[in-house]
Design a protein around this ligand. Sequence first.
Ligand code: ADP
Ligand code: MG
Length: 577
Amino acid sequence: MAMIGIDLGTTNSLACIYRNGRAELIPNELGEYKTSSVVSLMEDGTILVGAAAKERLISHPETTAASFKVWMGTERSISLGTRSFKPEELSSLVLKQILQDVQRYLGEPVEEAIISVPAYFNDNQRCATKLAAQLAGLTVKRLINEPSAAALYHRHSTGGGDSRMMVIDFGGGTLDVSIVECFENIIEITAIAGNNRLGGNDIDHAIVTCFCEQNGLSMEELDSSARSVLYRQAEEVKIALSQPRNAPEATIVLRQGEDKYSLTLTNSLLRQLCEPVFRKVREVITRAMKDREHADKIDDVILVGGSARLTVFGDYLEELFGRRPEVCSNPDETVALGVGLCAGIKERAEELEDIVMTDVCPFSLGVATYNDNRDKNPHMAFLIQRSSMLPASHQDNFYTLSDNQQRLRFEIYQGEGYYASENLKLGELEVRVPPAPAGRQYATVTFTYDIDGILHVSARSSGGDYRDRLILNPRLQPGGMALQQAYERISQIRLAAQGTQEDQMLLETALRIHAQTIGECREQAAELIQYFERCRADGDPIRLGKARREMKKRLAVLEIYLYADPLSEEFRFDDDE
Ligand code: ADP
Ligand code: MG
């Protein structure tokens, strides 16, 4: 049975397998390596995942969700029409789709996976990721940090002597910065810093905000479809500005009834809009370097993630480091390839046998402690400091504060704040102690941070009482009722039938253009929708094949005229085809 590696991204997800001596990306049904991490609920109750679902952000914004990875590990519910989902349930649907595509491609069942997570993911977020995999019917053999996977692949594919590198993974919704030391076959991650709410999405948001300001529009007053149209264009112009062969400017256009609004973006305006985002990137880089002595001696800066392709980002880092960082050849595939390699190592592929990779924990972990029994604002007693090498284990004794105290209660926190209340509470644990004067009885608390970056806590009291816990959020508790119920709920959901992705994609694109336009463009889109649906209903494979080619051609034309000015000379349809 094959084991696969999955990069479960905020924006895009990819699957990879290690075979025939190399990490090989697995294409989805559309023949693409990247599957958009977008989920849409269809009118017939089935679920659409990927590029076709992404089209529905504009035509069906109320029943479509994107970027839900940023909510992983929280209690937030995301509604798709009348149904509501937890972030890990939506992620499990993305995983289900990937699994379906992989099994079709490989022609064999897959039950095991290694999944990458942002290095800066906390305990809840990691547990939610594992849960998402379980809901999709996958056993997670390991969680690996995304920049570590990228470093592994980069080092493996380029070789080279001893070096210290900084890996910056800048995707759609997260930023991770790692410092990696390489010598011979050993890859040692020595420091991690990050921000789980920072990425290309924020740049799109800055562009849309600027658009609204310049045009005197208020974002809240736009309907969700108009907002989706703006975000889609913001992303398109942002990407266009980084293509060397493109014009040095690109324009966003929004039509609202008779009114037309626009904003022309250049790289210099984009840079200005990115400044607040880049300042936050800089904070993270500084934090990673401070955690490691001699971090000033960085030999290479390696950029991965889709946002690494931004010219203005390269410019910014060049100013920061005094030289231009290296962008990995396919920055949005590097993590997935690294996770694939990791699967190869896990399956003990001979040629990977001597690679050793070590990782560190991104946060400090500890319990709340009180100075005396009147203390109302407990501070942290850290058991594991951030940047400790994984797996890490540490224990400490905690004594009673009152005479005849019956219990010792431990609140477990993750974070760097002095006061416990500033940090993220992971849960609590309580042990009984025999009656005695204050300060006599105690409990030994042990923290073990496993290789997946998940915490196990146990406490044993001097009276012999023993308790242990993996995590404490009942919804994420393995084997719990909540999990069983979630599993049943997800099992009942059907994904769009196999083999229909391409047709679905063509139809959804036409529907999106229809929703996005008025007038002639809209009429053309409507005609295409009717024509294509008729051909699909007919079921004649030759006619359908021809219809697909026709759709592609016509949609490409509509796409070009989509943002063009209807009054300008160039806006003219060729209707005779
Ligand atoms: P994630 O890891 O979050 O799933 P990716 O690494 O695939 O995401 O990066 C997605 C982000 O990269 C998006 O915000 C997208 O707009 C941005 N992006 C993709 N290609 C480019 C490009 N050529 N230039 C600038 N930004 C890009
Ligand atoms: Mg990524």
